[in-house]
Design a protein around this ligand. Structure first.
Ligand SMILES: CC(C)(COP(=O)(O)OP(=O)(O)OC[C@H]1O[C@@H](n2cnc3c(N)ncnc32)[C@H](O)[C@@H]1OP(=O)(O)O)[C@@H](O)C(=O)NCCC(=O)NCCS
Length: 227
């Protein structure tokens, strides 16, 4: 059980806010670096909204982290977010920044973007998913033997299972090559097998915990290391 403030900061950007931002170039320029704007411009139209929602949520959570942990009032445009070759989000801080880059994670769905930033020394992963009924075969595909035969049929329980797995995979830096069945969310943490267990061992086998939150019909899970 965690007491007091969780060891991460969680922020959101509702879809409407991202839609509005996309129509206001001056607002975009105030929050995104020139390199980020160039990347945004090059994206297909259908991906721009997700990109803006996720990045604005990340900049919000990162700014709160730097202010709270280091007293640094960073501008959103100084917190430039890119992706590495595996798609993981990476932070490019300005030269001479008074703080190191923390672990952080981004997710987006129809309701908007969510981002989590770990307190110093913590790793985080976040996932946000719309709460909708999912076909039994989709749930079965990501469910482990103990979660089968078909996994939960209630949309809320499905979203909880799905986001819990995805948040843990992101915390471990694993993407499409990872097997969601190898991540089993439990009441007091996560049980890992296969590739996720190897990635976890490489981190020194820290305790992994999961918190759940929500936003307007979406379920959010945050996976983080430590107690
Ligand atoms: C790649 C993957 C992490 C993307 O997740 P998604 O649900 O499609 O999309 P989300 O909006 O939640 O997350 C996308 C963000 O994840 C982040 N991301 C991508 N690859 C990542 C990785 N290897 N590690 C951590 N974060 C990653 C990026 O920041 C990306 O947003 P951006 O491109 O705007 O920066 C994930 O879908 C995946 O491959 N999972 C495989 C496991 C699986 O089968 N899951 C099924 C559900 S349990």
């Amino acid at each position: 059980m965690t007491t007091g403030r969780p060891p991460y900061r969680l922020a959101f950007c509702p879809r409407l806010e991202a839609e509005k931002m996309l129509t206001e170039p001056a607002e975009l320029r105030a929050r995104f670096s020139p390199a980020e704007l160039a990347e945004l411009e090059a994206l297909p139209e259908r991906r721009k909204l997700d990109r803006v929602a996720g990045r604005l949520a990340a900049k919000r959570a990162l700014a709160a982290h730097f202010l709270g942990e280091y007293g640094w009032e960073a501008e959103a445009s100084e917190l430039a977010v890119f992706n590495d070759d595996a798609g993981r989000p990476r932070l490019a801080l300005p030269k001479g920044a008074p703080a190191p880059a923390p672990s952080f994670s981004i997710s987006h769905c129809a309701q908007g973007g969510a981002a989590a930033v770990g307190a110093p020394g913590r790793r985080v992963g976040v996932d946000i998913e719309t709460i909708v009924p999912r076909p039994a075969e989709v749930i079965a595909f990501v469910s482990s033997a103990s979660e089968l035969p078909a996994g939960p049929s209630d949309p809320e329980a499905q979203a909880r299972l799905w986001t819990g797995k995805e948040a843990a995979l992101k915390m471990l830096g694993l993407g499409l090559d990872a097997d969601a069945r190898a991540v089993r969310p439990e009441a007091d943490g996560v049980t890992l097998t296969g590739v996720p267990a190897k990635a976890w061992a490489a981190l020194g086998s820290p305790r992994v915990r999961l918190d759940y939150d929500g936003m307007d019909g979406a379920r959010i899970a945050v996976a983080y290391t430590g107690d």
